[in-house]
Design a protein around this ligand. Structure first.
Ligand SMILES: Nc1ncnc2c1ncn2[C@@H]1O[C@H](COP(=O)(O)OP(=O)(O)OP(=O)(O)O)[C@@H](O)[C@H]1O
Ligand SMILES: [Mg+2]
Length: 224
């Protein structure tokens, strides 16, 4: 197996003038292509912070993050945006859908930003994924017209639409009932088998975590 993601000696100190909050301290992480990793740990232990750093949404105070052989610390904003859009799928803890767009348009957005896929193809692929997360009857709805769990499923479809090599998911099933949580995990597993996609998933759901290849526990910004 080869490595899709490597993080070396990651630390994060949030610096707001007088108040400095040390959240992560010297973390290392290596994830293989196609691997399913679950990260568990109590609230406030630094899981979301780590995921944001791995996805290049924020920069670490120390350390390096390598995605598919590229050190993302040294990329400029445009290069980072391209990497996020084409190689990574990010499922946020709070889903960040675009309020003025329909479910289909939200899911299609990463493809539409790439310019190498037609609008029609992008929407077709978006609707195919919405179907897989059980939302074929809600494609025209805007986020405000969807339930919390439905929004979360739209966000999951959006993260998967560009068939990324690595998906970073922050409590992807946090708002879902058991059946929908299982359907989402099955979809992630299916894509993983078909595309060799790796998955790093933060979850409080021990049952879901137990279906991953590996589980790491975080406590006060370090691995237990
Ligand atoms: N921008 C920020 N400035 C200062 N402190 C922050 C900031 N963002 C997060 N923190 C602090 O960092 C710690 C870790 O936050 P993080 O969101 O990574 O936790 P988490 O493990 O994802 O928790 P949860 O399970 O509740 O989602 C928290 O104590 C939080 O208060
Ligand atoms: Mg979190």
């Amino acid at each position: 197996m080869s490595v899709i993601l490597e993080a070396k000696n990651i630390s994060k100190i949030y610096d707001e003038g007088k108040i400095k909050t040390a959240v992560l301290s010297g973390l290392d992480l290596t994830v293989q292509k196609g691997e399913r990793l679950a990260i568990v740990g109590s609230s406030g232990s630094g899981k979301s912070t780590l995921l944001h750093l791995l996805g290049g949404l924020d920069t670490p105070t120390t350390g390096e993050v390598w995605v598919n052989g590229v050190c993302i610390n040294h990329l400029n904003e445009t290069q980072r945006g391209k990497l996020r859009n084409e190689s990574l799928g990010f499922i946020y803890q709070f889903h960040h859908l675009l309020p003025e767009f329909s479910a289909t348009e939200n899911v299609a957005m990463p493809l539409l930003m790439r310019h190498d896929v037609s609008i029609r193809q992008a929407k077709e692929r978006a609707n195919a994924l919405l179907d897989k997360v059980g939302l074929s009857h809600r494609t025209h709805h805007r986020p405000s017209e969807l339930s919390g769990g439905e929004r979360q499923r739209v966000a999951i479809a959006r993260a998967l639409v560009s068939e990324p090599k690595l998906v970073l998911a922050d409590e992807p099933t946090g708002n879902l009932d058991d059946d929908n949580a299982k359907a989402v995990f099955d979809l992630l597993s299916e894509l993983q088998n078909n595309l060799g996609m790796a998955l790093i998933m933060v979850t409080h759901d021990r049952q879901l975590a137990s279906r991953a290849d590996r589980v790491l526990e975080m406590k006060s910004g370090a691995w237990v």
